[in-house]
Design a protein around this ligand. Structure first.
Ligand code: ZN
Length: 316
């Protein structure tokens, strides 16, 4: 079973130039969960003055926790964000640490050493919580395949950072193609190098962008290395509305179609997911929506792996 982690409500909307209503986000999260999505990153605990789109993350976590079986993740850039996320009850903390130190300093005003220390303090904070509130700490190594400021990011930088972050208390590390620079060979090489350094159990996911159209081939390369969690966003939301063709994350619907077609179980109902996409497009007509399967339809005789129970309309 492959876990698709929906990051649209966080990564997908943070660059939109209009605020998305809390009710729209709630409907979206509930509908995706009903379609079988088991993990959703609902928002981030950041400085809301800098990122107003994320002002209602605590309310979204609270709402998402009422959905049975859903793993609720939140992005946190620092200890303060982690404290807010734990207080809200999030199951997973996702901490971005940029492999490009220039990017890290410009974005969060912290060097690698400082980010490693930040992860260490988050670990100490989480360990001080009651057993049932100890969230998982997943560190995503951002710009892991290249940076728009530094350009090439050496593989050794990624591997060293992964080792230091695990030693500082990360539950696991993941690789993020923040800039859409990755290609399948690079995905294979870097995942294998990190697996060899920290152990295959400590890297299970990748975060990919489809900026240059290689998103799904990169996803496949990651799966072939044994990874089991793929981030994606409904309608490939994200990217910049002012840069035509600069799409966001890999498209959840297209990814589910590819995996379904290959007989790989995701637990997600593709037809239901496409309905969620239509509703979201109607709710946010100004948002750029990407993807192929929803427009083209599935092939004749295509058989979905997940179908609702014909009697109850629900999923087993
Ligand atoms: Zn991203």
């Amino acid at each position: 079973m492959i876990v698709i982690s929906e990051v649209g409500p966080r990564d997908g909307i943070q660059s939109l130039d209009f605020l998305v209503d809390l009710d729209i986000k709630k409907r979206w999260i509930a509908a995706e969960a009903a379609a079988g999505v088991r993990e959703i990153e609902v928002g981030s605990f950041v400085n809301f003055k800098r990122l107003p789109q994320m002002h209602d993350t605590a309310a979204l976590v609270e709402f998402a926790l009422t959905i049975p079986g859903l793993d609720v993740a939140a992005l946190v850039p620092n200890l303060r964000g982690a404290q807010a996320a734990v207080e809200a009850g999030a199951h997973k903390l996702s901490i971005p640490v940029s492999a490009s130190e220039t990017h890290s300093v410009r974005n969060v005003n912290r060097t690698h050493d400082q980010m490693v220390e930040e992860v260490r303090s988050i670990r100490a904070f989480v360990d001080a919580q009651p057993a049932d509130a100890r969230t998982s700490i997943e560190v995503g190594i951002a710009t892991a395949f290249g940076c728009t400021i530094e350009g090439h990011v050496p593989e050794k930088t990624i591997v060293d950072l992964a080792e230091r972050l695990m030693a500082a208390g990360a539950s696991e590390v993941g690789l993020s193609d923040t800039t859409g620079y990755a290609d399948p060979a690079m995905i294979r090489n870097r995942i294998k190098a990190v697996q060899a350094a920290v152990g295959a159990d400590n890297i299970t996911g990748v975060h990919l962008h489809n900026t240059r159209g290689l998103g799904l081939t990169n996803a496949l390369a990651a799966l072939e290395c044994g990874l089991t969690t793929l981030d994606a966003s409904l309608g490939g939301l994200g990217g910049c509305p002012f840069a035509p063709g600069a799409s966001g994350n890999i498209v959840t619907e297209d990814l589910v179609f590819m995996l379904d077609a290959m007989g790989i179980v995701t637990g997600i109902d593709l037809a239901a997911l496409i309905e969620v996409r239509k509703k979201l497009a109607a709710d946010m007509p100004a948002a750029p929506i990407y993807g192929f399967v929803a427009d083209a339809g599935v092939p004749l005789d295509f058989s979905q792996l997940v179908k609702p129970d014909p009697e109850t309309g629900t999923y087993a």
